[in-house]
Design a protein around this ligand. Structure first.
Ligand SMILES: *[C@@H]1O[C@H](CO)[C@@H](O)[C@H](O)[C@H]1NC(C)=O
Ligand SMILES: *[C@@H]1O[C@H](CO)[C@@H](O)[C@H](O)[C@H]1NC(C)=O
Ligand SMILES: *[C@@H]1O[C@H](CO)[C@@H](O)[C@H](O)[C@H]1NC(C)=O
Ligand SMILES: *[C@@H]1O[C@H](CO)[C@@H](O)[C@H](O)[C@H]1NC(C)=O
Ligand SMILES: *[C@@H]1O[C@H](CO)[C@@H](O)[C@H](O)[C@H]1NC(C)=O
Ligand SMILES: *[C@@H]1O[C@H](CO)[C@@H](O)[C@H](O)[C@H]1NC(C)=O
Length: 448
């Protein structure tokens, strides 16, 4: 009897799910399964910006009283990083330099390094790896499962920055989305923003911005010397530097995501217990590269925030920074009447966007030589491969509200509300004065 009741209830739930937007739609898809690459989760998550996607929190349905307004059309905006990739060309050059020093050694005195004699570096450059394509496809499937009820027959509107790995991520995402809908929806990548022009999905437009080298180098000089000494002791004559050590460590994630099996250098990574140092290096890189620690970082996220505000409020884009006004003033290339927008970008640009909005702000700047274990700025939670920020516009008890999720973790939005993750749309717009003021003069400094 109880079983029959359960079956009936389940059937009714699935039936109603087709036309009611209940909490169930949100909670049904929690995890984002991706192909196994044979590395324990805690090790993968220590790869910082080279970590495969994992959820940073459990997706919570909006509070009771939200989504019930049938008149109001909800709106869903997501910006997502491309999936796992090969090393960039700069990184590939540094990796090869470190490897050639290591491979000049003929007699390794540490068995940990013996594999190096037979190791061949054979990775591509810059582009998405197949694993990254499946991560993006999977993300599209999850997006459809979770949000299909808001589509109301309209296709999601998809844009990508022009880098191949970003465009490929966007098109694999649309393929996953279409397949999950049994091709009732067939989204296409409608706008590709040139990385040589005005592009709110790339950090290509602020020539005067500094970089994170002072901080990442200070951290390298703090953590790496004992690791470098250990490697040089096992590879006499290689004369590895701390920079070489870091670049060799990156081969653990790069080989693993490229080959979908544990990379040979992961044994070195684990023997050196490199995880927490590697993570912090990535956090500093983004924080001082385009995040809060870079005086001209957040301003590079302003154009995107102004586009987001336009979508949330249904009014024309007002921006004097990175937007392309030709595209953004044309409803064919910047519509305001859709319910679902998906943009594809890079980690550095998303760090700038998080900082422009005010997410994950540290109470004190990250100290380059002394990591704070309770810091909130953590790449593996913000910007793994396929990392994403979702901004939901909801109607709760007759008022329009906004929620923001980063990799499914609900952001408290303490800057516009009580810190419970829900702000009224008006309060959210009010809190975005840095963007609405075009960066309070910072944009002009990009060209000084
Ligand atoms: C998915 O990405 C790969 C690159 O990894 C690309 O070759 C392929 O065309 C993409 N697939 C789709 C459906 O866009
Ligand atoms: C703006 O977009 C249009 C249409 O794609 C393009 O022709 C133009 O070059 C872009 N301008 C800039 C400055 O990016
Ligand atoms: C390492 O340094 C020694 C001493 O300066 C030098 O003889 C050797 O060629 C160097 N090895 C490499 C791989 O550069
Ligand atoms: C591109 O951005 C620059 C710098 O903000 C701006 O002066 C220019 O008008 C923009 N071009 C377009 C087509 O929006
Ligand atoms: C959105 O607006 C465009 C341009 O005004 C129009 O062509 C299109 O039909 C509208 N779409 C919906 C779903 O209202
Ligand atoms: C960073 O931490 C170190 C070690 O605790 C301390 O000496 C230094 O003053 C700190 N730097 C800043 C800028 O706070």
């Amino acid at each position: 009897m109880a079983l029959l009741a359960l079956i009936t209830l389940t059937y009714l739930c699935y039936t109603y799910a087709a036309f009611v937007p209940p909490r169930m739609h949100y909670s049904r898809i929690d995890a984002s399964p991706v192909p196994s690459i044979g590395i324990p989760d805690d090790v993968q998550q220590s790869w910082s910006m080279y970590s495969p996607y994992f959820a940073a929190g459990t997706y919570e349905a909006p509070p009771d009283g939200c989504l019930v307004d049938q008149v109001f059309v909800p709106d869903y905006n997501q910006i997502q990083r491309h999936g796992a990739r090969f090393p960039t060309s700069g990184a590939a050059t540094r990796i090869k330099a470190a490897l050639s020093k290591l491979q000049s050694v003929t007699d390794f005195t540490d068995s940990l390094l013996e594999f190096v004699e037979d190791y061949t570096y054979d990775l591509g450059q810059d582009n998405l790896v197949p694993f990254g394509a499946s991560q993006s496809y999977e993300a599209g499937r999850v997006a459809f499962e979770r949000y299909s009820w808001i589509l109301k027959g309209q296709e999601p509107f998809v844009r990508a920055s022009s880098g191949s790995r970003v465009v490929d991520s966007a098109s694999n995402w649309t393929a996953g989305f279409a397949a999950a809908s049994a091709h009732r929806y067939n989204p296409v990548v409608s706008v590709i923003l040139s990385e040589a022009g005005n592009d709110t999905l790339d950090d290509n437009m602020c020539p005067a911005a500094g970089d994170s080298d002072p901080e990442t180098n200070a951290w390298l000089a703090t953590f790496a010397p004992p690791m470098t000494a250990r490697l040089n002791a096992g590879a006499v004559g290689a004369n590895l530097t701390d920079t070489d050590t870091y670049n060799l460590l990156t081969l653990c994630p790069f080989d693993t995501v490229a080959k979908e099996r544990p990379g040979d250098f992961c044994a070195v990574y684990e023997a050196l217990d490199a995880g927490s140092a590697f993570m912090y290096s990535g956090d500093l890189d983004k924080y001082y590269g385009t995040g809060y620690g870079q005086p001209l970082g957040p301003v590079q996220g302003v154009g995107y925030i102004n586009e987001l505000l336009a979508r949330l409020t249904g009014t024309a884009v007002q921006d004097q920074t990175q937007t392309n006004s030709t595209l953004d003033s044309d409803p064919a290339t910047f519509p305001l009447n859709r319910t679902f927008y998906a943009d594809f970008s890079h980690d550095n640009q998303m760090a700038a966007i998080f900082a422009a909005m005010g997410l994950l702000r540290q109470s004190a700047p990250l100290n380059a030589t002394n990591p704070d274990p309770s810091r909130t700025w953590r790449n593996e939670k913000m910007l793994p491969f396929s990392g994403r920020m979702v901004v939901e516009r909801l109607s709760c008890d007759g008022q329009t509200h906004v929620r923001v999720l980063v990799n499914d973790a609900l952001m408290p939005l303490e800057f516009c509300g009580s810190g419970d993750g829900l702000c009224t749309l008006d309060a959210f717009v009010g809190s975005q004065s840095y963007a609405r003021n075009n960066g309070n003069g910072d944009w002009e400094q990009c060209f000084e």
